[in-house]
Structures are given as C-alpha cells and as structure tokens.
Write a protein that binds this ligand. Structure first.
Ligand SMILES: C[S@@+](CC[C@H](N)C(=O)[O-])C[C@H]1O[C@@H](n2cnc3c(N)ncnc32)[C@H](O)[C@@H]1O
Length: 284
C-alpha cells in the first residue's frame, strides 16, 4: 500500500485523539502485542529475548579517505557511546554516564535526545546546532553516515553530540528506565516486500523498550513516506498502550513540524512523488 491509502485508515471521528484503524492487518496477519513477543522467547525458551532481526542494509560504503580514517580512529572513540559504560541499575544521570558531567554541563542535568538511524545526519546536525543545551545521541550503523556527523563535529561547536555507530537495540537494553527526553525515528528503512516486513525497525519489541527508556511526557517522533509503514508503525506504537498519538487534526501528521528539517530521504520521497507522514507520540 502506498501513499494516499493511509488517510483511509484513520478514525477521523475522534478529533481530540486520532487512532489508527485497529482492524488493520499487519505483521503477516494479526497485530503482534508485547505479550506475544515476551512470551515466545528465543527458540521457545521463556524469558530469553529473541535475537534482533537485522533492520539495516549496508554498514560500509566507499573506502574512507585518509582524513576519514583519522576521524574514525581518533574522533569517534572520543565521542562514541559505550554501552558497557552504562549502568542501567543506577539512578546516576545518563548525561553523566555519557561523559557529559564536566565543562559547560558540569552544573546541569541536560535533556538527552536520541535519533535512531540518522542516515546522512542532516537532522541530527541541525538539532544539535539548534539545541546546544541538549545531549544528542545519534545511532547509525552505516559508516558513510557516521563520517558525515564526524565531519560536522570536527568543524566545531558540537561538543554535545554522542555517536553509536551500530544497531541501536542492544544499546537501548542497557539504558536506565525513563532516561530519554526525546526520540526520533525518521524514515526508517521501509522493507516493502512482505517477506521482509519483519526487518522493519518499529516492531513491538522495540516499542516496548522505548516505552521503558523514555521519560513520562517525553516525545517520540516517527516519520515515513510509506503508507503501509505509517499504518503498521502507528499500530505497533498504539498497541503498546504507553504512547498517545497527539495529533488533533490531519495537518498535524500531513505537514512536517517546523522544528524538523527535511532529511535526505524526505527530499527523495518528494522528488518521487510520495506523501510523507509525521507522527508525534507522547510517552504517557
Ligand atoms: C531509510 S534510512 C533514513 C535515514 C535518515 N533518517 C533520513 O531520513 O534521511 C534508515 C536508516 O536507519 C538505519 N538503521 C536501520 N536499522 C537501524 C538500527 N537497528 N539501529 C540504528 N540505525 C538503524 C539505516 O542504516 C539507515 O541509514
């Protein structure tokens, strides 16, 4: 299902809180719930989380130049998030665990935002420039994208950016509860073939982890140019029960928010004539 179809799935009869159509089919027939996922376990072992299905494409693109290799070798380790350093059982503030307890952050407890799959980094760099008082973590396994952000950090003025050059999901599992103030998932890989739908990032297991690590009242932004992903993603978020879709009118999800710059994928979607959907959900 492509753009245009999603608007038919919205229950336009509830102006205050919009809901996705609960009868929609997804994930190969029925809507999976958190309980389905938790109870199944890996190879049927109760309590063992299933392994993460790979949700991203390539990790490597072009061979890095000498300058890029030095950014990867010298700058990346200085600003990399090390999941082994995060202590989920403590209440020690996350920004301090990320090495942000000194310098201009010494006396503050800055909000921590996470962008999952920042691609070319356009949005991450823009938000970092607009929000110098926020610690911004970007996660992206694709090296060329990581290099774009490293270049911007090397140019200066972005000492509040931290990078995870990897799959976000193991990292999320290390985070203390209620530690993130905002999360962005912008144009996640669409995996359009039905047999690949299980690779989509927004699945009940991820949503349930997000619900655990996001603060009550914090915002999750999800954008896509694929009508079917808009529907199934929203249903997965809604099924979790901890997220409230804040749209009050169609323009709230049809138009890009003013504080969200266009990313490379949004621009590509526009060029190819696909409508984009922008969802804002509040962690209750
Ligand atoms: C379609 S691109 C969109 C990139 C960017 N957000 C944009 O709007 O231009 C999706 C990105 O998500 C990344 N990604 C996919 N699965 C991921 C995961 N589990 N953890 C972190 N990033 C992931 C991919 O590597 C890819 O760069």
């Amino acid at each position: 299902m492509r753009s245009g179809a999603f608007s038919d799935e919205v229950d336009a009869g509830s102006p205050k809180k919009m809901r996705p159509n609960q009868n929609a089919r997804c994930f190969g027939g029925t809507i999976m719930t958190d309980n389905d996922n938790q109870n199944r376990g890996h190879h049927g072992q109760p309590g063992t989380p299933p392994p993460d299905v790979r949700s991203f494409g390539r990790r490597r693109g072009r061979t890095p130049s000498d300058h890029q290799q030095s950014l990867l070798k010298e700058l990346l380790p200085r600003i990399a998030v090390d999941p082994a350093q995060i202590k989920p059982e403590t209440t020690f503030k996350l920004s301090a665990q990320l090495g942000m307890a000194s310098g201009r952050f010494a006396q503050t407890n800055p909000p921590v935002w996470l962008e999952i799959g920042f691609g070319g980094g356009e949005h991450l760099i823009w938000q970092a420039r607009q929000n110098p008082g926020v610690v911004l973590i970007g996660s992206e396994p694709y090296q060329d994208g990581v290099l774009k952000v490293l270049n911007a950090v090397a140019d200066g003025g972005l000492d509040h950016v931290r990078l995870l050059a990897d799959d976000v999901r193991p990292f999320l599992r290390t985070l203390p509860p209620a530690s993130l103030d905002r999360v962005f998932i912008l144009f996640p890989d669409p995996w359009p073939k039905r047999r690949h739908n299980k690779r989509r990032l927004i699945q009940p297991a991820l949503v349930s982890e997000l619900a655990r690590v996001m603060k009550p009242g914090s915002e999750l932004r999800f954008a896509t140019d694929i009508g079917d992903y808009a529907r199934t993603g929203l249903l997965a978020l809604y099924a979790n029960g901890e997220f409230e879709w804040t749209a009050q009118s169609p323009s709230d999800w049809r138009e890009r928010p003013v504080d969200l710059p266009p990313t490379r994928y949004e621009t590509k979607a526009g060029r190819e004539g696909r409508r984009c959907y922008f969802f804002s959900l509040r962690r209750q």
